[in-house]
Design a protein around this ligand. Structure first.
Ligand code: PGA
Length: 248
């Protein structure tokens, strides 16, 4: 039985003040939540979140990492540094990284490997653009993105990987995939993993992301292959985020 996981992706939205009130708001409602809950904070706020969530069930993640463990890489942050602040998770392959920062599937696979090697759990994001869906290429796109990681790391690595299916056309747009559309791609992903290992496929959490909110979360998460959500906009308000956490 896979546990429901809800992860918040704050993107580049935070201040010391907003982080305090958001985390304290989430913590105040956590006693009613049975899902695993992760917040993925911008790098400068990892330390602040680490201190606030101490002795709680809330887990911390980062939003990006460099593939190297240390050295002359000005402005970059390594998996070890992320771990140093108590984070257990890191987003890799988010569509904004792929489209705005040129992260190819090869780079995403290398980042996934750097995270796994350091003992972090990557949340590996995959998903098609509007044009790719319209032209019937959704499965081919998701397959290419996943295969890059399976090819580099091997299927066994998925024992420590969370997958997030995020159709690019649904991210930040208010357009959510219907539960049927999402379930169909989630099943495709699970079957793809099952081609290498049935048991790993059954145990791999596959989250949905893309305009998930307090109103649509329960319908999506109730689908048999949707194991939770990766939440952007609705993760910035404690009340909305908590409602999604309780939907699982
Ligand atoms: P959204 O973002 O919930 O605002 O659509 C999701 C994401 O980008 O992870």
């Amino acid at each position: 039985m896979r546990k429901t996981i809800v992860a918040g992706n704050w993107k580049m939205n935070a201040s010391k003040e907003s982080v305090n009130s958001l985390i304290n708001g989430i913590l105040s409602g956590m006693s009613d939540v049975s899902s695993d809950v992760i917040v993925c904070a911008p790098f400068p706020y990892l330390s602040q979140v680490e201190a606030l969530i101490i002795n709680s069930d809330l887990m911390l993640g980062a939003q990006n990492l460099n593939v190297n463990s240390k050295g002359a890489f000005t402005g970059e942050v390594s998996a070890e540094m992320i771990k140093d602040f108590g984070a257990q998770h890191v987003l890799v392959g988010h569509s904004e990284r792929r489209s705005l920062y040129g992260e190819t599937s090869t780079i995403v696979a290398e980042k996934t490997k750097a995270a796994v090697d350091a003992g972090l759990t990557p949340i590996l994001c995959v998903g098609e653009s509007f044009e790719e869906r319209e032209s019937g290429n959704t499965e081919a796109v998701v397959e290419e993105q996943l295969n890059a990681v399976v090819g580099l790391l091997g299927i066994e690595a998925f024992n420590g990987i969370i997958v997030a299916y995020e159709p690019v056309w649904a991210i930040g747009t208010g357009l959510t995939a219907t539960p049927e559309q999402a379930q169909s791609v989630h099943l495709f992903i699970r079957n793809l993993l099952a081609g290498s290992s049935e048991s790993i496929a059954q145990n791999t959490p596959i989250l949905y992301g893309g305009s998930m909110n307090a109103g649509n979360a329960a319908d999506l998460i109730s689908c048999s292959d949707i194991d939770g959500g990766l939440i952007g906009g609705a993760a910035l308000k404690a009340e909305d985020f908590l409602q999604i956490c309780k939907a699982g």
